[in-house]
Design a protein around this ligand. Sequence first.
Ligand code: ADP
Ligand code: ZN
Length: 712
Amino acid sequence: MGELCQVVFFLPLSKAYTYRVPPALEPRVVMGSRVLAPLGKRREVGVVVALGGEAPGEVKDLEEVLDHGPTLSRTILELTQWAARYYLEPWGLYLRGALPPHLRHKGLPRLPREKWVVFRHGEGDLTPRQRELLERLERVGRASLKVVLKEWGFGRDLVRRLESRGWVVLEEREVEGLSPFPLAPREEAHTLTSAQKRVYDEVWGSFGTFSPFLLHGVTGSGKTELYLQWGKRCLEKGKGLLVLIPEISLTPQYIARFTARFGKEVAVLHSGLTDRERLVEWLRIKRGESRVVLGTRSALFAPMGEVGLIVVDEEHDTSFKQEESPRYNARDLAVVRAKLEGCPVVLASATPSLESYHNALKGRYVLLELPRRIGGTLPQVKVVDMAGEKGLFSRAFVEGLKRALGAGGQGLVLLNRRGYAPFLLCAACGKVLKCPNCDITLTYHRDPPMLRCHYCGHSESPVDHCPGCGREMRPLGVGIQRVAEELETLFPHAQVGRMDKDALKGRKAHWEVLGALEKGEIQILLGTQMVAKGHHYPRISFVGVVLADVGLHLPDFRAAERTFQLLTQVVGRAGREGKGMAVIQTYMPSHPSMVYAARQDYRGFAKEELERRRTLGYPPFSHMARVLFTGTSREKVEGVARQVAGDLVGGARGLEILGPAPAPLVRLKNRFRWHIIVRSRSRKNILAVLSNLPRRMGSVKVQVDMDPYGVM
Ligand code: ADP
Ligand code: ZN
């Protein structure tokens, strides 16, 4: 009869299907094997999640085993299954997400090859550019042609000339992985300060056992240096280091700090890789060639052998939450993976999420603190009440920026709002222009002139006259493009660099802006929240927040926390070397988000905000799930939402059902949206009522978001 096995397919299904293993395949089928099997009329690719089991009647044969040995480890199988149960999403989609795209289909991809430039010798008559390339090559031995042309910026002709003279040779070889900066000069480890040493020892003392830590360390307190040193110890013990970081913080500079210590041991995984690059990195990790893995949220599923330590840097960052199916929060799953691996996990931030901080206060995580910067002091911060000011910038703002620039420093200006103005308004009849697809006003952009919807991408030409009454339409409110305009008028000799979604085209654009800043080609860096994230700005001595209230009034119970984090992070960018100053402009100068951010007092803020959450019954004092109903018919969406809410109220034990209600964004991309918020002190109760909810009822789509971030 032959052995049986259980297969989960890379499809929106959680169910495991039973197959018979034909004797010829038996030696090759193990847990984690990638296989091809018949499913209905088709043949699909899936993973063997278990061997054995009961035959549920007629059982079909497996058709093919696609790889040698397990493609997914037991840990990854368990981790993805855990996620499926927790987030109520199909297991098959997590398994699929754990693999590079090439391995989601049948067949073994051939390993990509590429041209390499190999150093031979470097004597003789050389132009300075030729000498520069040879010197760089000599240091590393060889580099891929792509890196030489694209990353280093040498011309193809120059390479050819060196080749014809025998100074370099071009070779075809297997792609060796990306770490596109193998060149960072080797950097020695710093001697840890006594504060760092305490943190270092505490975590190292838990090596080999599961143990969660929350590292609360201000910007520049030496956290990254600790990751590097822990990494070194992990390697010495034959284990790996996994560092998860937000996409935007994963800059060449950040990667270089790791490659400078670990060279080719570093693998990098992020969403900007091509499928091929992703495969190469994945295979290097799987084969154990790269044991230091640096990546964004999906790197959580990296196929590492033994993991010595997991770090989640900037753990409060919302980009760890995947908002499409399969939903998950990589920060939370990192703790689960650490448990499965039996290793410590360090969640680190200058402004930890209140969930993590609460866990630390409750003793579930060990709290570690690095309250002081290494070199440099925290800036002086002034909160300015805009009620008493005229125009966009207060006097304190203008003077602070002037002084910084005058002393040869740089300024950082934040306004977390895209476009030129949030909308065009007819002053006569009050008409504003809305998106035809969404229930949202169109943002006015000036370069080029355009009205844009930031939710669906709709754009149209701006109108000068009101379509209703024919009078003049005027931009109302302030967006980042208007700030740029005014800065250029006030500081005509300063170069203003912009960092926001509209100014940056292409995935490397923000690295380029950072490069220009580093070289001093830009004196003022103006940006949205992007500028607050994880970059090092050594020469910024002034930080100005144009309007700190943006975002504070969103219908989101985390609005105050987000605002505090953003302000604290951006203010922390000032004065990394030498003295710095920051100005926060607001109409709510006594709001806790302003007051505590100005004092850089995380603990004070956390205490007050946690108390508020406790009173209101919000997380971390309750668990929450959001059920979202969407469809093209307003009546049907509302009807289904009401019906489900009714059923939930009936079946609810220890549950609080909020709604049904129209979502704050009641129409998005031409779909109507209603939602229900389910709250409970017990997550089990939530799972009990939501786990059997169908995902489609008639024409209405039903989505469940556990631990939602934002409920727009
Ligand atoms: P964080 O990750 O907390 O922002 P970093 O690790 O980047 O902090 O450290 C900030 C700066 O201080 C970096 O330039 C780093 O090289 C330097 N640094 C870190 N630890 C030490 C140390 N023990 N001695 C000297 N310099 C250090
Ligand atoms: Zn729209």
